[in-house]
Design a protein around this ligand. Structure first.
Ligand code: SAH
Length: 239
């Protein structure tokens, strides 16, 4: 009896010890919620993101759902994380900066290039009318689509394909966000932006800059550099 109890206790404590290390889905929903709250306060608000709608969207989006189970305990930490197929989910602060720069309004149609984990699209879906997102790796497109369905995010449409071409059937877009880095801004994407529209993208190869492009009513493009960043490259699709 005593030996039994001892073994039980050992099993329990070993599990309690191993789970945090592996970051297995051991946390309760309210723990994730408080980690998320701290993330928004300490990593995002304190660094100067002020847009109330952006902060609310980040508070409402369960980032841990979008990361692989072994990284869930780190989902609200201040760095990017690996997802499947050698890709990454951006640092929360970078997601916040890009989302704030886009200044998405409730009636907007948004195009995202690089669905990845789906997290950025999920944040945008809380701000926009509809988000169209393109992912070149079929497995990532499939997983993201399944999560959107499970999260009941019905205003996101995922397409598997090459983001360099944009989404001509749905163009023009009020806002475009590129979350993989092309060496220079693809003209097809600028063409699919509405007059008055904004586009945010990391541009470059070894050294990348986050750039904000704006198209005025006459169709003229202005651009400004926001900050140095490091994204996975935007890979050319098959012709
Ligand atoms: N927005 C994502 C970040 C994804 S990382 C998130 O919130 O998790 C960049 C993604 O862009 C990767 O999934 C990569 O496969 C994808 N990608 C790279 N080149 C692409 C291309 N030409 N077209 C579409 N997606 C591309």
């Amino acid at each position: 009896m005593e030996v039994e109890a001892g073994i039980q206790a050992m099993r329990v404590s070993r599990r309690a010890f191993v789970w945090p290390l592996l970051g297995l889905p051991g946390l309760a929903a309210q723990d994730y919620a408080s980690l998320r709250d701290a993330m928004v306060r300490e990593q995002i608000e304190q660094r100067g993101i002020r847009d109330r709608r952006v902060l609310a969207a980040l508070r409402a989006t369960p980032r841990h759902i979008y990361v692989p189970p072994q990284f869930r305990a780190q989902a609200y930490a201040d760095h990017p994380l690996p997802i499947a197929s050698g890709q990454t989910i951006s640092q929360p602060y970078i997601v916040a900066v890009m989302t704030e720069l886009l200044a998405v309004e409730p009636g907007h149609k948004v195009l995202e290039i690089g669905t990845g984990s789906g997290y950025q699209a999920a944040v945008l879906a809380r701000l926009a009318k509809h988000v169209f997102t393109i992912e070149i790796i079929p497995e990532l497109a499939r997983v993201a689509r399944a999560i959107f369905e499970q999260q009941q995010l019905r205003n996101i449409t995922v397409r598997e394909g090459d983001g360099y071409k944009g989404w001509p059937e749905e163009a023009p877009f009020d806002r475009i966000i590129v979350t993989a880095a092309p060496p220079s801004m693809p003209q097809a994407l600028l063409n699919q932006l509405k007059p008055g529209g904004k586009l945010v993208a990391p541009i470059g190869t070894a050294d990348q800059e986050l750039m904000l492009f704006q198209k005025d009513q006459a169709g003229r493009i202005t651009k400004k550099s926001v900050l140095p960043v490091r994204f996975v490259p935007m890979v050319p699709g098959k012709q």
